[in-house]
Design a binder for this molecule. Sequence first.
Ligand code: GCO
Ligand code: MG
Length: 410
Amino acid sequence: MKIVAAEVVVTSPGRNFVTLRLTTEDGLVGLGDGTLNGRELAVASYLQDHVVPLLLGRDAHAIEDTWQLLYRSAYWRRGPVTMSAIAAVDVALWDLKAKAAGMPLYQLLGGASRAGILAYGHASGRDTDELFDSIRHHLELGFRAIRVQTAVPGIDAVYGVPTRPATPGGRHDDYEPAQRAPLPAEEDWDTAAYLRHIPTVFEAVRSEFGAELPLLHDGHHRMTPIQAARLGRALEPYDLFWLEDCTPAENQESLRLVRHHTTTPLAIGEVFNTVWDYQTLIREQLIDYVRSSVTHTGGITAMRKLLDYAALYQVKSGIHGPTDISPVGMAAALHLDLAIHNFGIQELMPHGSLTNEVFRQTYTFEDGYLHPGEEPGLGVELDEEAAARFPYEPAYLPFNRLKDGTVHDW
Ligand code: GCO
Ligand code: MG
C-alpha cells in the first residue's frame, strides 16, 4: 500500500486547521490532524518541508516503523510542533489501514469496550443566572456531564467565559480562545479573587442542579501548588468529577503537594505531548485523568501506549476535545475512547457549521454519549473545494497580566 501523494491542507472555516491528506497507489485517502492552536503554520511547514519527502513511496501499512522513523530520525525530540506533525502522519496511516481492512478504526484497536462515550460540555456565564441558563441549555442538548466556568468579580475577562451575552437558550456562539487578530489579546488575572469566588459558584450549582450531575472545572494552569491545594480542598463538598490543570505541571513533582492536601480528582496534560511528561504523575498516582489530545501527542500509536501505561496505575483517559482539535483529530479520539479499557470521559465542544461543511463527519452525539460510527477508517472526509474557500487567517491565543502588569498564565 504505497503512499503516492501527501498534501498539507491549511484551511480556516471559522478557525484554522492543519490536515495531512495521504493517498495510496490504490487510491485510498487517509486524513490526519496536525492543528496546533495559534502556531498552525509551524506544523504545516514541519510537515511540508521535512516530513512529506520521507513519506512518498513508503508502505502505508508500516505504522510503528514510520512513527519511530519520524521520532528518531529528526534527532530533536518531543515538543508540540514535532509531536503534532507525527500525530498527523500516524492518524492518517491508521485511517488508511482501517479503510484497507474495511473496518471502523476502533475495530483494529481491539473492538468496542463500551456502548458509547460519555462526553462533557462547556457551560459558562458572566453571573449565576447566565451560568444556570447555560447549564440548562447543555442538559437540553443531552449532556450528562458539564464543565463550569464563570466570570470572577474584579477580573475583566476570564478564559472560558464569553464576554458577550448568551443567545436565548444559553448558547454562547463566540467562545473560542484563539482570536483572529494581528496581536494576542491582553486579559487580566487575580488569583485571590478567583479562589474566593469559585467555591461559591459550585455551592450554588449543586443546590440548583442536585448532587448527581457530574461537574468539572478547568483551572487553566493559573495557580501555584499551594493555591491549587486550597481550591481542591474547598471544592471537596461539591464532589467534582475533576479539577483540571490546577497548576502548571512542567514540574511534575509539584503535584505531590496538591495531592497531599485534597481528594478532589485531578486531570492534567492538554499541553503535554509525550508519555515522559506524565511519568512521575502516573507512576506516583498524582493525577486521575490524562488530558492529552491524540493530535498533540504523536497520534493513536503514542496515545495508546500512554493510556496503557496509565491503566497500570488506575489513571483514566479524559482526552482533550476543544474546537481547536479538528473533526479528524476528534474522530481519532473517539475510536480510541471506544476501544480502551481505562476510558474516563471525553471533552466535546461541538464544531461550528462552517467547520462541518469542510469536514464531513459520521460521529454522533446522543443522550450524552458520542459514537465514532461504523464507516471504514476514521469516518471523516475533507471537502477540498470547501476547504479552499477558507484561507488561513492569523489568530492568537490571549495572555494574562496581573494588576501590577506581570505576565501570568491565562
Ligand atoms: C480545554 C482547554 C482549551 C484550551 C485550548 C487552547 O480544556 O478545552 O483548556 O479550551 O484553552 O485548547 O488552544
Ligand atoms: Mg483545559
